[in-house]
Design a protein around this ligand. Structure first.
Ligand code: NAD
Ligand code: MG
Length: 294
């Protein structure tokens, strides 16, 4: 029998000390530590033999998904930025410990050329591609629109939106009927924070793109879905993702009264790629601790 666990107390309300990291943050420096399911995720062969690409899986939600996918039997290619090598080493080790092929790919998604090349490298090394997870994201909090600089605006849209278009475009020559694309939107697409105008707008675009692409690609037998996380404890937050007064209370505004952990996202990404989701496309699964997305 599996143990019955109260979701509100499954993880504690964190005591978060003031902290600031440069962008992108590192999991290695996150206080307290995040849970990516290292000790808890149990695979069941649900993605056996699949070949997955996950962007930004050195840390946070992407790392939790990489662990789950590897333990479900998938080989995993993943991207990370040059400053994230230490985190990427941990993800690499965790995929290998699950007995799967791991392909780390370093580079910056603001480059269209890199977006094309990373898909080629993933498909060449894995021997094909069945699952594409657009997970990398940039979030920088700015209180006042008059202080929102064009460079930030352009970079946020490029990483969060344009890269997703470029990667999907490059992946089309590999994805066969039965393949799956999973994007990462946010509660911010539905309930934008005042200080995250640019970020929230990209997440709205991702939700919209997911539905449009789903209706385009179903003719090819490819399903397209998204996950909308709520407040999840990852390095995105202390690296200018939140103002300090919100960071120290991160997640307490959710109906669960606590932040979510990356490990709590993995199941949704596994489901959407699995055979069990064969009649699910154009869907957005909220993993928000109870914050509604409709
Ligand atoms: P994270 O910092 O662990 O992961 C984001 C990753 O994006 C980084 O590890 C980095 O490798 C990658 N990235 C950023 N800029 C890049 C660039 N220019 N080129 C290449 N890669 C780049 O944080 P996370 O919270 O796990 O974020 C994963 C996804 O979840 C993001 O799309 C984020 O918007 C989304 N999300 C997070 C939350 C949350 O509360 N943490 C909530 C809703 C949505
Ligand atoms: Mg990272």
């Amino acid at each position: 029998m599996t143990k019955l666990i109260d979701p509100t107390t499954k993880y504690p309300v964190m005591d978060i000390p003031e902290q600031r990291q440069s962008e992108p943050g590192l999991d290695n420096e996150l206080k307290p530590k995040a849970d990516h399911g290292e000790q808890s995720y149990q695979g069941n062969g649900r993605l056996a033999g699949r070949k997955a690409l996950i962007t930004g899986a050195d840390s946070g939600i992407g790392r939790a998904v990489a662990i789950a996918y590897a333990r479900e039997g998938a080989d995993v290619a993943f991207t990370y930025l040059p400053s994230e090598q230490d985190d990427a080493k941990d993800t690499l080790r965790l995929i290998k410990e699950a007995g799967q092929v791991a392909v780390p790919i370093m580079g910056d998604l603001t480059s269209e050329v890199f977006c094309r090349e990373l898909v080629e490298q993933a498909a060449d090394t894995l021997g094909g591609l069945d699952i594409v997870i657009n997970n990398a994201g940039k979030q920088v909090h700015i209180d006042d629109i008059s202080e929102l600089e064009t460079k930030q605006l352009v970079d946020t849209f490029t990483v969060n939106v344009f890269a997703m278009f470029w990667i999907v475009k490059a992946a089309m020559k590999y994805l066969k009927p039965g393949s799956s694309i999973i994007n990462t939107t946010s509660i911010q697409a539905y309930s934008p924070s005042a200080g995250l105008l640019d970020y929230a707008a990209t997440k709205g675009a991702i939700a919209n793109f997911t539905k449009g692409l789903a209706s385009q690609l179903i003719e090819k037998g490819i399903r397209v879905n998204a996950v909308a996380p709520g407040p999840i404890w990852t390095p995105l937050q202390p690296s200018y993702g939140q103002p300090m007064e919100k960071l120290v209370k991160f997640g307490r505004e959710s109906p669960m009264g606590r932040a979510g952990q990356p490990a709590e996202l993995a199941g949704a990404y596994v489901f959407l790629a699995s055979e069990e989701a064969s009649y699910v496309t154009g869907e957005i699964i909220a993993v928000t601790g109870g914050m509604p997305i409709s």
